[in-house]
Design a protein. Structure first.
Length: 407
């Protein structure tokens, strides 16, 4: 029996050396490595500017506050995502307006327009498993005259934009593409996660990519968001440490959500080999899974490439046809007994206590529930050997046979 973890971090000599270099340099909070990581993200995504933060959630809260989101405002998002997507909205006093998803896991663009009201300030599509949303209809929708006429600007940034802001929850999708354009440049604002299980990690962390229209000065907005990460302070700690440069001012009530250099060092080493190695190896694993599972009609393969979109292979979200939630759980139990750690992405938010207590009902999101009830996320990371992948495949197949055929 093999012992296969679900998603161990990728740590090689380059990662270790980059971290040691940060320690040796004597600067471990935000400084030159954060700047280098921001530059590398712009290089990878072609985003105009990038601001690193200490988590995806921090980045989302920062963006909402920057845009002037307040109590009673509404943010449209999918019911099928990790809770942080909606919790960031709640932390700003706003209301998450959940809509159902499609069979590819992502938000149903056709349902968004009916959810728009005069209180709608943001639409936040989520790229589940590394698969980009269908951005063309979403970006077209917010520029539609009838939708723009509903928009009520109540802050300086909202007046500059004069429409609903599109913020991509791209926690899963760095390295994915849509119509040949990298995720990070597909919407007004894109927010990545660098949590420990992500394709690129900083242990904990995230990044905000800025691609606002010409009514904004991108450089000014970048500088403002950087101030937001450090309590609204006009000088960061690195600048203050220089001889004679200790005086500072607090310009507004910002947040404290900056990414330290020590964390950035991990991501910096990884992103430099992302296209050439890490992403290629994840694709190898995903395609080997596809070659196996496509032989069986009882498996539903996840979308990876359709000529328009390409995943970044963050998760391998396998679904099993014609089973119920309890059967899926039993299959997971069998797989686990074989030494393989798997997961489920995600429990739809309306099924979680915090959202049920707010009145959300999973009965209103049938596709989200269907996706969840049949989904099993398999291990996918560069360190997986082909022998391990084959063992996982056969274990999943035999577990299905034991639970469903012999049920």
């Amino acid at each position: 029996m093999m012992n296969i973890p679900f998603s161990p971090p990728f740590v090689d000599d380059d990662v270790i050396n980059e971290v040691v270099n940060s320690l040796s340099y004597g600067w471990i909070t935000s400084g030159p490595k954060v700047k280098s990581l921001e530059d590398e993200i712009c290089k990878l995504t072609k985003a105009s500017r990038t601001v690193c933060v200490n988590s995806w959630t921090s980045g989302a809260i920062l963006v909402f506050k920057w845009f002037g989101i307040k109590v009673g405002d509404e943010v449209i998002l999918p019911a099928y995502t990790y809770s942080a997507t909606a919790l960031a909205v709640l932390h700003c006093g706003a209301i998450p307006i959940m809509v159902d998803v499609t069979g590819d896991f992502n938000i149903d663009a056709e349902l968004i327009e009916n959810a728009i009201t005069t209180k709608t300030k943001v639409i936040m599509p989520v790229d589940i498993a590394g698969w980009p949303c269908d951005y063309d209809p979403i970006n077209s929708l917010v520029n539609k005259d009838s939708v723009k006429n509903k928009f009520v600007a109540e802050s300086e940034k909202q007046s500059l934009l004069s429409r609903i802001l599109v913020v991509s929850d791209a926690a899963h999708s760095i390295g994915a593409s849509y119509n040949g354009v990298a995720v990070g440049k597909l919407s007004d604002i894109t927010i990545f996660s660098f949590h420990a299980v992500k394709n690129i990690t900083t242990a904990e962390g995230g990044a905000i990519c800025i691609n606002l229209p010409q009514s904004f000065n991108i450089e000014d907005e970048f500088k403002l968001m950087k101030l937001y990460t450090l309590n609204g302070q006009n000088k960061d700690a690195f600048t203050k440490s220089q001889a004679g440069d200790w005086k500072y001012d607090i310009l507004f009530a910002g947040l404290k959500v900056n990414l330290p250099d020590l964390n950035a060092a991990v991501g910096l080493a990884q992103i430099r080999k992302y296209d050439s190695y890490l992403l290629t190896e994840r694709k190898r694993v995903a395609l080997r899974y596809q070659d196996f599972f496509k032989k069986y009609k009882f498996f539903q393969l996840p979308p990876l490439y359709d000529g328009k979109r390409e995943s970044c292979y963050h998760l391998y979200a396998l679904r099993i046809n014609d089973i119920c939630e309890s059967q899926r759980d039993a299959i997971i139990d069998e797989i686990t007994l074989a030494g393989i750690s798997v997961n489920v992405h995600f429990i739809p938010m309306p099924m979680l206590t915090v959202f049920k207590n707010l009145g959300y009902d999973i009965e209103e999101y049938p596709v989200a529930y269907d996706n969840y009830s049949r989904e099993i996320s398999l291990p996918i990371y560069p360190q997986l050997a082909n022998e391990q992948i084959d063992y996982i495949c056969e274990t999943v197949r035999s577990s299905y046979m034991k639970v469903v055929i012999n049920d």
